[in-house]
Design a protein around this ligand. Sequence first.
Ligand SMILES: [Zn+2]
Length: 255
Amino acid sequence: MTPFLRNTALGVALYALLAPAARAEASVSEAGMSDEAFAYVAGTILSVFYHELGHALIDTMDLPLYGPEEDAADTLAAVLTHEIWDEEGARQNAEAFALSWLASAAETDLEVEHFAGLHSLDLQRHYRQVCLFYGAAADTRADFARDFELPEDRAAGCADEYASADHAWGAVLRGLREAEGEEMVWTGPADSGIATLLKQEVTDLNGLFSFPVAVAVRMEVCDEANAFYLPDEKSIVICQEFVDYLVAQAEEMEL
Ligand SMILES: [Zn+2]
């Protein structure tokens, strides 16, 4: 696929455009964030949005699965990040998402429920994202694999892992580029830096792809730090609490 090179650090740029007063008013949790913290939150939220879009495409395109759906959705996040962002933006998003799994792993005491659950373990999700991002351009991203201490045994196969990911999701995305179809619809407010970023992302993805169903995307308060794809209403929901959670993590990491 010819990459459509997205401008770098879009979120940071958008955030900088908001006057300080607007920043303060926009969202209690986002107020006063450093650019690095915003990049962490933005990159993670975009990757989570891509993950939920994976669920939406699996549902609305009736895509076959040859493994766990949650892993497949994570794979789409890696493929979209590589395909539609320029190198600087892609690295920012990939670093943020990889870091978020490390942070989540550090907060989690593993219990039976984690092993029995639908999702791979946080550290597995971390290394998978690192491997796919590195493997998508192994010639130029050795530093990325090194920075995240990807073991050499795993690194050796990452180009092949990305080739598999591209064979699956890359092919789906190429089909969506050529398709005539529907647009995603932003139905949430755009009253914070992150919500503005997501709204813009919906617009940008509509410029690149056509979708089989007009999936609605919104950010809302939902009493848990999470994000969902709701198949009954063909909607993606990013919870405000999830943004707050990432902002707190960024503070914790002193970004
Ligand atoms: Zn999921």
